[in-house]
Design a protein around this ligand. Structure first.
Ligand code: DGL
Length: 259
């Protein structure tokens, strides 16, 4: 990694505040880093956009992180990872990218024999990257559910709307699934609501594995920072309520209560 400096920030982005569920896991293992979080609410949802559109959007964000001298970029969006991680790695070979993906391998490792529901955006479910993962770790008891419109409802934060959506779309899996893969970084924010509809299930979320992997990579590259860091937040629409909600979630004050 030619141009990276250990005091550089870690850039992290998503199509809104969902990536906070990744950042909070990263901070647990890397509390002494500087973070620059970019909430791209202007382009939310990414889930229904074409590959080219997502690549163009991600390119702009990565350029901004480059200008800020970020030492690593975390793609905290499964859809962006599926559609643009390969493209970004190729375009910026001197940068370090860490990309989230649905935790389907964790099901293979820990709960292979159990029926599984994968919840993700349409973009993720239809992507080549996810289909390769599925083919490799298929437990043959898996239901794929493209949750069109769910990430934007979570982004809006209307509890009633979310509840209605879940009842209409995942209610039919009650008593049918034991594992749920949260294949979009917005979904851990409504884990409790999902459980209210499905009953007790085991959740799989790739964020803590990503966090450990990021730490290992930074260590290998000799890029770990040793002083106290801070967290910067920017929303692409400049929305103050996004900033407030983001920091509330990070502090763990907001488990259910949304704006
Ligand atoms: N948090 C995203 C993901 O992981 C975003 C979904 C969207 O914008 O549609 O896929």
């Amino acid at each position: 990694m030619k141009r990276m400096n250990r005091n550089g920030k870690i850039g992290i982005f998503d199509s809104g505040i969902g990536g906070v569920t990744v950042l909070r896991e990263i901070i647990k293992v890397l509390p002494k880093e500087n973070y620059s979080y970019y909430s791209d609410s202007k382009n939310n949802p990414y889930g229904d956009k074409t590959e080219i559109e997502i690549q163009q959007i991600c390119n702009k964000i990565v350029r901004k992180f480059r200008e800020e001298g970020c030492k690593a970029v975390v793609i905290a969006c499964n859809t962006a990872s599926a559609k643009a991680a390969g493209y970004l790695r190729k375009k910026y070979p001197d940068m370090l990218f860490i990309a989230i993906e649905p935790a389907y391998k964790m099901v293979y490792d820990y709960a292979y024999h159990k029926s599984t529901l994968v919840m993700a955006t349409k973009g993720t479910i239809n992507s080549e990257k996810f289909n390769l993962l599925l083919k490799k770790y298929d437990n043959h008891k898996t239901f794929l559910l493209p949750c069109v419109g769910l990430a934007d409802r979570i982004e809006q934060g209307n509890k009633e709307e979310i509840k209605k959506y879940l009842e209409e779309n995942i209610g039919k899996y009650k008593n049918k699934v034991e594992n749920v893969v949260l294949g979009c970084t917005h979904y851990p924010l409504i884990q409790k609501e999902i459980e209210e509809v499905l009953g007790q299930v085991q959740f799989f979320n790739g964020a803590s594995n990503l966090a450990r992997h990021l730490k290992e990579v930074l260590k290998e590259e000799n890029l770990l920072q040793e002083e106290e860091g801070n967290i910067e937040f920017e929303d692409s629409q400049g929305l103050e309520k996004k900033r407030t909600r983001f920091f509330e979630i990070l502090k763990g004050e907001l488990s259910n209560d949304r704006d």
